[in-house]
Design a protein around this ligand. Structure first.
Ligand SMILES: O=C(O)CCC(=O)C(=O)O
Ligand SMILES: [Fe+2]
Length: 272
């Protein structure tokens, strides 16, 4: 959870407000956007991957592609009317924050400051606006079961009022208590691979509760589909052999969506 991240507070509050307005639309209006096809670039869906899973999760989510904005915004929901403008502004800010973090993470690994940004190529950016309604039996399900994010870096804005995110630390699930104006930064599978395992892609999950609905807005920075991924050359040596093989994000992403969320770490399938 980070503070002083440089994202303007009014941009964050506006995004959260318009997300709430979106999920308050009538079921008929929302049904027009429903799809369970992961290949669709704009869709409202439910659970995680309803085509694959046998146990469903207590979540509705709006998934959007966000880069380049000019290409995707015209497909975004036209209602509520401020949705496109507000979310576009939020996406641009998040992208810049992501690039600032890449520079710091690169440096921390002893790599050139622009290494990560360059090596991931012209990056896609996706967004999941997650809405977890009140759940009558929260002990029977999750909002999202344990998973690691398949992309490079995730910037998560949480509901300030309602907790629900948990992260796995030393074998125990720790609840994240949302701090006002903070953002959660999750390193994804691609940074674990790029750092040859020095950074870990964190296991996390969302629980639901019977008192109050919860919202979270996850922004995913994703490598360009065609670039070569895997450990940075500079981090491979005699004493630290490559832990993962090279692959493309296209290959990785297909594998990720072909499985259930809470199986073994998808990256395990890409070990050398
Ligand atoms: O709702 C949350 O706090 C977690 C969301 C999440 O992990 C995701 O969308 O990948
Ligand atoms: Fe996640």
């Amino acid at each position: 959870q980070v503070l002083n991240h440089g994202l303007p507070l009014e941009v964050m509050l506006a995004a959260m407000a318009v997300a709430h307005d979106f999920f308050r639309l009538s079921p008929e209006e929302k049904a027009k956007l429903y799809s369970d096809d992961p290949a669709k670039k704009m869709r409202l869906s439910t659970s995680f991957n309803v085509r694959k899973e046998t146990v469903h999760n207590w979540r509705d989510y709006l998934r959007l592609h966000c880069h380049p904005l000019e290409q995707f915004v015209p497909e975004w929901p036209a209602n509520p009317p401020p949705f496109r403008d507000v979310m576009s502004t939020y996406c641009k800010e998040v992208r810049q924050l992501g690039f600032r973090l890449y520079a710091m993470i690169s440096e921390s690994l002893g790599l050139e400051q622009d290494y990560i940004k360059k090596v991931l190529g012209e990056q896609e950016q996706h967004m999941a606006v997650n809405f977890y309604p009140k759940c009558p039996s929260p002990e029977l399900t999750y909002g999202l079961p344990a998973h690691t994010d398949p992309n490079a870096l995730t910037i998560l804005m949480m509901d300030e009022q309602v907790a629900g995110l948990q992260v796995l630390k030393e074998g125990r699930w720790i609840a994240v208590n949302p701090r006002p104006n903070a953002l959660v930064i999750n390193l994804g599978d691609q940074l674990q691979a790029l750092s040859n395992g020095r950074y870990k892609s964190v296991w996390h999950r969302a629980v639901v509760n019977s008192d109050r609905p919860r919202m979270s807005i996850a922004s995913f920075l994703c490598p360009c589909n065609s670039v070569k991924l895997g450990p940075a050359e500079k981090l491979i040596g005699e004493k630290s052999p490559a832990v993962y093989r090279n692959y493309t994000y296209d290959e990785y992403y297909k594998k990720f969506w072909s499985r259930n969320l809470d199986q073994e770490h998808c990256l395990e399938l890409f070990r050398t």
